[in-house]
Design a protein around this ligand. Structure first.
Ligand code: FAD
Length: 287
């Protein structure tokens, strides 16, 4: 069953996110990771796409390999800020050739767009979603932000834009990572009240270092609960202690999300399998 259909049935959906590696060594590591994670039968894996506009085919190629060689259902991320409409149509044609019919449609981050690559055909993801809908044949997803997108004035304003995304053709949503489930459940309530009915898959990522935690707060503006901060400070510098703490924290978070009715989990893996495997093994099969 395709994961988009599974999402509609209420069965839990589990997925992993990868990014296209840049070196041969990293590519070999990623393929090892994919082999290990396949043992957990994910419903899909997704592959990120750089906002820069440079080398969009890295994503297309990796999607093709993961689908053809690993038999995985694949979602290709597609950012639009750096592309013309003609380039987007060409990328879609490449995805079709690889038999990839799932796209997570994104705007991308303006500060990451390479100089001379800002083509100005798109300013928001909704425009891309509308174009993909016109292209036809793709199951389209979109991004959402339980703590609001950093550029949005308020969560309500962000959710009003999100509704436009869903009306344009986004069939499901995947959240920005978050560490406090209250934000997710509050977001769901507000989104439903605003008429956003698409399933919202929570994005989870175990924190692996103090520095990474600081990046989450400064770049993504996500809140770090006191218990998480205390644990990260306690275990920083102790690799095994940190691993256990962060997997336990993410597993408890995941269990509470699933119990609370989340349609599944999307795990940000950073191309590594150990933490993602441990978390999924801890939660899969539990109600
Ligand atoms: P949009 O939906 O366009 O929203 C961006 C902001 O604009 C929001 O504040 C929104 O409220 C506002 N807005 C929307 N429409 C309008 C409008 N018509 N007028 C005025 N304001 C509007 N980045 C990558 O580079 N590559 C990836 O592969 C990638 N994958 C991601 C996966 C997930 C699950 C998530 C949550 C994010 C991902 N990102 C990725 C990051 C994403 O590109 C950034 O967060 C980006 O800043 C916003 O993208 P968006 O698609 O949510 O944008």
């Amino acid at each position: 069953m395709k994961f988009t259909e599974r999402l509609k049935t209420g069965k839990k959906v589990y997925s992993f996110e990868f990014y296209p590696p840049k070196t041969a060594e990293d590519t070999a590591k990623l393929f090892n990771t994919a082999v290990e994670l396949m043992a957990l039968s994910p419903d899909f894996v997704s592959v990120t796409n750089s906002s820069s506009g440079v080398a969009p085919y890295r994503t297309v190629a990796l999607c093709g390999v993961l689908k053809a060689q690993f038999g995985l259902d694949v979602v290709a991320h597609l950012t639009c800020l750096a592309h013309t409409r003609a380039e987007i149509a060409e990328i879609c044609s490449g995805l079709r050739k690889m038999d990839i019919t799932n796209i997570l449609a994104l705007r991308g981050d303006p500060h990451n767009v390479a100089p001379d690559y800002r083509r100005r055909d798109y300013s928001h993801a909704t425009q891309l979603i509308a174009d993909l809908k016109k292209e036809g044949g793709f199951a389209i997803g979109g991004a959402c932000y339980p703590e609001k997108h950093p550029e949005a004035a308020t969560l309500d304003a962000d959710i009003a834009r999100l509704r436009e995304k869903v009306e344009a053709g986004a069939e499901y949503l995947i959240t920005q990572l978050f560490f406090d489930n209250d934000y997710y459940f509050r977001f769901l309530e507000k989104a439903a009240a605003a008429g956003v009915t698409a399933p919202v898959l929570p994005g989870l990522m175990p924190v692996t270092s103090y520095k990474q935690m600081q990046n989450f707060t400064t770049l993504m503006r996500v809140a770090i609960p006191d218990a998480l901060r205390a644990g990260i400070e306690r275990w920083d510098g102790d690799k095994d202690g940190m691993f256990k703490f962060s997997v336990d924290y993410a597993s408890a978070q995941a269990e509470a999300l699933l119990k609370g009715g989340a349609p599944g989990l999307h795990l940000y893996t950073l191309n590594r399998s150990r933490a993602a495997m441990a978390i999924l093994k801890n939660v899969k099969g539990k109600p």
